[in-house]
Design a protein around this ligand. Structure first.
Ligand code: ATP
Length: 339
């Protein structure tokens, strides 16, 4: 039996560049793992079946579950190694909100690939696992890598970034709302296709990707310039999700105003001589929607600031009982094998 923690991700940056010949979008993203994890337990079964247990009402327990599909993919691709090893029971203890823009399903698939590689002695390298993961979903390769990375292509090509400061994310999501990722991209295409790069314009595509590699967010992460990290948060999908989901837009405004007042009260308590930008670096750093939403996150420098912001946001939103608020530190790991 193996137990793994499958961490969620947030998007610090998400830019949509154009269409791809395969029907997906050409993206440049900066992804960051956060220590908010589903617990995946893999138990070998004697019979060659796949059983999936999860008591979250929005998570399918049939062949459409991404973790189930990860098992089926390994069995299909490695019939000689997996024939005769029996089946597996996958138990998912869901902590990552579902349909939230936090890659919950992808992280479960990543953990299942990682765990079965160990359990079934497949001897696959991380790059081989990532190539398989990309067949299941664009975010799976990043979930296997973890940490901080630039993701290009449809999100499956991962370039790790060595430095990201130890920050904290306040994650806020209404339980009653989830956003379909295909809907968000389709709606973006309907509204913004005229701004896309032409198909197969590889020179300009490479230039747009290079701009992010050498851009302000990567520099800010590398130098640990916290207020610049906050300033450079960006997500093209906000342009379609926030107008379609006014509650999410309102939640973002609440988090921004709580962050601003938190920063102001902290800099006041630390003396009037402190400059505005120092004041900002003591408070919340920035607020943005993650992926296709509807999770909105605020970054902070300390755990105490994150907890204070979560507390104040909870007091200010109308339907508190519907709002899931969690504080998650940045982490360098995507999947953690439990002892
Ligand atoms: P992403 O950020 O990768 O776009 P997401 O966080 O927005 O993903 P998920 O939590 O992965 O969304 O869920 C999207 C849908 O996928 C769910 O509504 C559910 O039907 C389906 N799904 C399949 N497998 C899983 C899984 N293991 N965990 C959660 N959802 C799953």
């Amino acid at each position: 039996m193996l137990t793994l923690l499958a961490n969620a991700k947030i998007n610090l940056y998400l830019e949509i560049i154009g269409n791809r010949p395969d029907g997906f979008h050409e993206l440049v993203m900066i992804m960051q793992s956060v220590a908010l994890a589903d617990r995946i337990t893999l138990t070998p079964l004697k019979s060659p079946t796949i059983q999936l247990l999860c008591d979250h009402p929005q998570v399918p327990t049939d062949h459409t579950n991404l973790a189930y599909r990860a098992v089926a993919l390994l069995q299909k691709r490695f019939p000689e190694q997996t024939n005769g090893v029996g089946g597996v029971e996958i138990a998912i203890d869901k902590k990552i909100p579902v349909g939230a823009g936090l890659a919950g399903g992808s992280s479960n698939a990543a953990a299942t690939l990682f765990g079965l590689n160990v359990l079934w002695n497949l001897g696959l390298t991380r790059a081989e696992l990532q190539a398989l993961g990309a067949e299941l979903g664009s975010d799976v390769p990043f979930c296997l890598a973890g940490g901080c990375a630039i993701a290009t292509g449809r999100g499956e090509e991962i370039n790790p970034l060595p430095h990201s400061p130890q920050l904290y994310a306040v994650l806020a999501k209404y339980n009653s709302l989830s956003v379909s990722t295909p809907w968000a991209y389709k709606t973006y295409r309907q509204q913004f296709e005229s701004t896309y790069l032409p198909l197969n314009d590889s020179a300009n595509l490479a230039e747009r990707q290079a701009r992010v590699h050498s851009g302000a967010m990567v520099k800010a992460l590398g130098s640990g310039d916290l207020s610049a990290i906050g300033d450079q948060l960006s997500n093209d999908l906000e342009k379609v999700v926030l107008p379609a989901y006014p509650k999410v837009n309102q939640l973002k405004q609440t988090m921004l105003s709580v962050s601003a007042s938190q920063g102001a009260s902290q800099s006041a308590s630390q003396g009037a001589s402190q400059s505005a930008s120092q004041g900002a670096s003591q408070g919340a750093l920035g607020t943005m929607m993650s992926g296709s939403g509807p999770t909105v996150f605020t970054l902070t420098e300390t755990l105490e600031q994150a907890q204070a912001i979560a507390h104040t946001v909870a007091a200010q939103v109308g339907d508190r009982n519907d709002l899931q608020l969690q504080v998650a530190p940045f982490t360098t790991k995507g999947i953690v094998l439990q002892p």
